[in-house]
Design a binder for this molecule. Structure first.
Ligand code: FES
Ligand code: FE2
Length: 397
């Protein structure tokens, strides 16, 4: 088929400002991401308020590895491999719950909240082969909590969490250090028919404000573009401050003064932090949102969305806070479905080889709608995968 060369002809753009379309659909790239990113780095997995009491647990997965996050008898959060030591069944099959022991449904082997195997029914049958409960404890992973955010690393060693995060959460410190005064009031999971990076791009791409009807009204005119400040941090993290929301510009939306804002924020403040590789913590004056993009395949991602507010507040305040959350970020909100559409729409071309490359080339001196966050993300991505994002080729390979 004759195709007249169009934008594919563009020349002289620095390699750092272009992403090759092939890195989304490739199984080779996906395998490298699993090995060198998701099985190595610290990953945000949930908020501490989701498992406040002894025995509270929730299940998740990290690039295919099933995990139980549980508050153990001693009060410590543990990350246990959700795989039975007997025949490999998944031990905890609910999204969340409370238990003092996990009993596998298949042959009823039991494990305590520290992951110790505490019962093997008719265990005497294993005596002659030397299998005892003490040999059958669940594998567990490093887990740390900072400012209520729970992080897990599948790697047995490597940098500690504080070295990994550096100063990246600083802009949200006043909010996060409220600690257990915050709680998750909204959680949903959805399946995104797109590569996980395409979702992260929606949170790294400042320029796409144009797509969101309400952001055109509430945000783009609320504060000068040059007042925005993009902060890039080591290890691929980034943050943006200096954004404001002028919520009264949307008919029927409140101006956001009716409930106390999150600690340290004005009701109209908007700040966010993108944590490499797959999460974002986003605070809009009165509510906070956490996004976690869990890769399933090159073309599929589970998106976990959490809404966070102030624990112990009145039902009336909570109702207003939920409304504020849902206006932007609920499943039927203004922004979330638009971002989902954007990621899945690009996937139709990126995932099929029709989009040869993406441009991440805006330069605005770390203000306005600079693409520096995207370039920072892909520089870090390349550092771990050993793949050149502008060509999709293995570096020195
Ligand atoms: S597979 Fe879990 S008890 Fe048998
Ligand atoms: Fe968006």
């Amino acid at each position: 088929m004759f195709q007249q060369a169009g934008w594919q002809k563009r020349r002289n753009i620095p390699a750092t400002h272009v992403v090759d379309g092939g890195i989304y659909a490739s199984e080779r790239v996906f395998a490298a991401e699993k090995t060198h990113i998701f099985q190595k780095l610290w990953l945000l997995v949930c908020h501490e308020s989701e498992i406040p009491e002894i025995g509270d647990y929730r299940t998740t997965e990290i690039a295919g590895t099933p995990i139980i996050l549980v508050r153990s008898e001693g009060g410590k959060v543990r990350a246990l491999l959700n795989v039975c030591a007997h025949r490999g069944a998944r031990i905890a099959n609910n999204a969340s719950g409370n238990t003092r022991k996990f009993t596998c449904f298949y042959h009823l082997w039991s494990y305590d909240t520290d992951g110790r195997c505490i019962d093997i029914p008719r265990g005497e049958g294993y005596e002659s082969v030397g299998v005892a409960p003490a040999d059958c404890n669940l594998n567990q992973f490093r887990v740390e909590v900072r400012g209520g955010l729970v992080f897990v690393s599948l790697a047995p060693d490597g940098p500690d969490l504080d070295s990994f995060l550096g100063q990246s959460l600083h802009a949200l410190e006043s909010v996060l250090n409220a600690g257990r005064k915050l709680e998750v009031f909204h959680f949903h999971r959805s399946v995104l028919k797109a590569n996980w990076k395409a979702w992260m791009e929606t949170n790294l791409d400042l320029y796409h404000e144009f797509m969101h009807v309400v952001l055109r009204r509430t945000q783009m005119t609320a504060a000068p573009m040059q007042d925005r400040k993009v902060d890039l941090f080591p290890n691929g993290h980034a943050g943006v401050g200096g954004l404001k929301g002028n919520y009264g510009n949307v008919k029927s939306w409140s101006v956001r003064g009716e409930v106390p804002p999150l600690p340290g924020l004005a009701p109209t403040d908007f700040r966010f932090v993108d944590l490499f590789p797959n999460s974002s913590v986003i605070a809009r004056g009165t509510v906070m949102r956490i996004d976690i993009a869990i890769p399933v395949s090159p073309h599929m991602t589970i998106l976990e969305c959490r809404g966070i507010g102030i624990a112990g507040e009145s039902a009336a305040d909570r109702a207003i806070r939920i409304k504020h959350h849902n206006q932007h970020w609920g499943p039927f909100s203004r922004n979330l479905p638009e971002d989902t559409f954007a990621a899945e729409n690009c996937e139709m071309n990126l995932g099929t080889g029709q989009a040869r490359s993406q441009l991440i080339g805006r330069e605005e001196n770390a203000t306005g709608q600079d693409d520096a966050l995207l370039r920072n993300f892909y520089a870090e991505w390349s550092r771990h995968t050993g793949i050149n994002p502008s060509s999709g080729e293995t570096i020195n390979g």
